[in-house]
Design a binder for this molecule. Structure first.
Ligand SMILES: *Cc1c(COP(=O)(O)O)cnc(C)c1O
Length: 453
């Protein structure tokens, strides 16, 4: 840690920037890494050093950086138009992408509403669900049910359904009240139940929650199969399937937030497929453009969509939109990314590298002295760092053990980032078997250096 700004970029960063999710006092005391360019799955810093992109540039890169097909599609679109508007006009890319998303998404989703971030996709789903019941005259349905420790983004509505004490404590008075139910992993981790017992307890709680609140619910929102920002906590497909069944039985809408899990991350194109679940509203973001550009989408069933249809003066329009909604460059990138999935048989490749990743984690990470738990689903991995393995007692948070392990791993050529005490690995779907090995080796080295010193 030199703390001495070494380049023009760092000097200006230190003087003028405020970084997301960053304690700026800590940031200003360290020498930041300046990424200048990238090539496939590697990021390259201003001195030419290469790093494997171990968290896919915050969970979004899919096929690697500077993919010729995606770059080419964006350049070609640039020669046509960079931005027009979806308010009162349309364009070929937005229409084509909507058609393809409707066809590849799970269940009976037919309508695509664009926005520009995962959080906005969630806000839109919440507002659509709420208005759907308003239009039907079911005004008693005014609440949302979500999972404990869920994360759905950082805007007010998304925070309300995704409350995290660490992230949101200062904004709590601004949030609307949501009903929570506890997912299985909490019982497994905190009460040390085995998988089957934890699932049963969680299902029992969900049934009680629906029995009490089912009739006041405008929607049930869930991150299917993996709660990402909570610390990569997977739940069994049977849990998701039961939530979907309870939502249907209660006559409310199921909102699946696949902003993190979508586009192949869990081993299927969408996590819902692995549980055979058919959402009423569906949110995607992050990997939609291959991780290139800010585009998100909220998909709805025809049944939800039709409810909003009426003569204009009834004002049942969904009055919502963002300036850059459906941006043509973003749509071009997304279409190219979907082409790459087919041409490079990306999901088959994931089926080959994911088992290697899991085996290496089981063999070389799970046994480490200060690793309390290793969780994975597809290419999403959480490694829990603990002070004492037996009791799973955490280190004091000020020690920043997971954070420092990630910085140490950087010296071994990979960029990774923790969530609290959890080290997250989230390689691009295009990672090679050698890069998966490098990722695990560097992570092991980083953890050992920090926890054994
Ligand atoms: C990242 C994330 C979001 C928020 O997406 P942004 O593009 O950062 O607004 C929402 N839901 C889930 C599950 C996420 O992982």
């Amino acid at each position: 840690m030199s703390g001495s700004p070494s380049s023009d970029a760092v000097r200006k960063d230190f003087r003028s920037l405020w970084h997301p999710f960053t304690q700026m006092e800590e940031w200003l005391g360290e020498e930041p890494l300046v990424i200048e360019r990238a090539e496939a799955n590697e990021l390259i810093d201003d001195s030419g050093r290469r790093y494997f992109d171990g968290v896919s540039s915050l969970w979004c890169n899919v096929h690697g950086h500077r993919h010729p097909k995606i770059d080419g599609a964006i350049r070609a679109q640039l020669d046509r138009v960079a931005h027009s508007t979806m308010l009162g006009l349309t364009h070929p890319g937005a229409a084509e992408l909507a058609d393809r998303l409707a066809r590849i998404s799970p269940g009976k989703l037919t309508r695509v509403f664009y926005s520009d971030a995962g959080a906005t996709a969630v806000e839109i789903a919440l507002k659509q669900a709420f208005q759907y019941f308003g239009l039907r005259g079911e005004t008693g349905r005014s609440k949302f049910l979500s999972l404990a420790e869920a994360y759905h983004g950082d805007t007010i509505g998304a925070m309300s359904v995704g409350y995290s004490e660490a992230f949101h404590r200062y904004h709590r008075p601004l949030l609307f009240e949501a009903i929570r139910t506890t997912p299985p992993h909490v019982f497994r981790w905190e009460r040390r139940l085995d998988e089957k017992a934890a699932l049963q307890v969680a299902i029992d709680e969900a049934r009680r929650t629906f029995a009490t609140h089912g009739e006041e619910l405008a929607g049930v929102i869930v991150e299917p199969l993996v709660q990402g920002a909570a610390g990569i906590w997977p739940h069994p497909p049977a849990y998701l399937a039961e939530l979907a069944r309870l939502a249907k039985e209660a006559g409310t809408l199921l909102i699946c937030d696949e902003v993190a899990t979508g586009f192949g991350r869990t081993g299927a194109l969408f996590a819902c497929e692995l549980a055979g679940v058919e959402p009423d509203l569906f949110c995607v973001g992050k990997g939609l453009t291959g991780g290139y550009l800010p585009l998100a989408a909220t998909l709805a069933t025809e049944e939800v969509f039709e409810t909003f249809l009426a003569p204009y003066d009834q004002l049942s329009t969904f009055f919502h939109g963002h300036t850059f909604t459906g941006n043509p460059l973003c749509c071009a990138a997304s279409l190219a990314s979907l082409d790459v999935f087919e041409e490079e048989k990306t999901m088959e490749h994931v089926g080959e590298i994911a088992p290697n990743l899991h085996a290496r984690l089981d063999d070389d990470v799970a046994s480490l002295e200060h690793v309390g738990d290793v969780r994975h689903q597809g290419l999403m991995v959480g490694i829990e760092i603990v002070e004492e393995r037996e009791t799973r007692a955490p280190y004091p948070s000020g020690k920043r053990m997971a954070y420092r392990s990630c910085l140490a791993a950087r010296r071994h050529g990979v960029i990774i980032r923790p969530l609290g005490d959890t080290i997250v690995l989230m390689p691009p779907l295009s990672a090679t078997p050698e890069q998966i090995d490098l990722l695990v080796d560097a992570t092991v080295a980083g953890i050992r250096e920090v926890t054994e010193s």
